[in-house]
Design a protein around this ligand. Structure first.
Ligand SMILES: [Zn+2]
Length: 107
C-alpha cells in the first residue's frame, strides 16, 4: 500500500467531513504560500521616454498615456488622443505619465 492509499484511508476512516475539510484547507494554504506575490505597482515609466504620440504623431511635451485605444491595441498617446480615442485609466485601460520626470500620475 502506497503512502497515498494510507493517506486516503485515513481520511475516510472515522474522520469524515471534518478531516476532508482540514485537508482542503491545508491545500489552500499551501497554494497561497506558493502563489506569486503581487506585482509591484510601477511608479515610473521604465525605459526610454517616448517622443511622439503613436496616434497623431505630435510631440509629447507634458505628459503621455500608455493605454488601450478604443480600437483595441495599446499605444503611447498624447493627452488629447487619449481623451478622444483612449479607454480611460486603470490597470487594463491606461496609465498616465508626466514629462520629463516620467512619474505615473494616473492609472
Ligand atoms: Zn496624439
Amino acid at each position: 500500500m502506497s503512502y497515498q492509499d494510507d493517506y486516503l484511508r485515513d481520511l475516510l476512516d472515522g474522520k469524515g467531513m471534518l478531516s476532508m475539510h482540514a485537508v482542503l484547507k491545508d491545500k489552500e494554504e499551501r497554494q497561497a504560500v506558493k502563489a506569486d506575490p503581487k506585482p509591484v505597482q510601477k511608479k515610473f515609466w521604465w525605459g526610454k521616454p517616448p517622443v511622439h504620440c503613436q496616434l497623431c504623431g505630435s510631440k509629447l511635451t507634458t505628459a503621455f498615456i500608455d493605454g488601450r485605444t478604443q480600437f483595441g491595441p495599446w499605444a503611447i498617446m498624447c493627452p488629447i488622443c487619449h481623451r478622444t480615442s483612449g479607454c480611460g485609466f486603470g490597470t487594463d485601460c491606461g496609465q498616465k505619465y508626466i514629462l520629463p520626470s516620467m512619474r505615473k500620475t494616473q492609472g
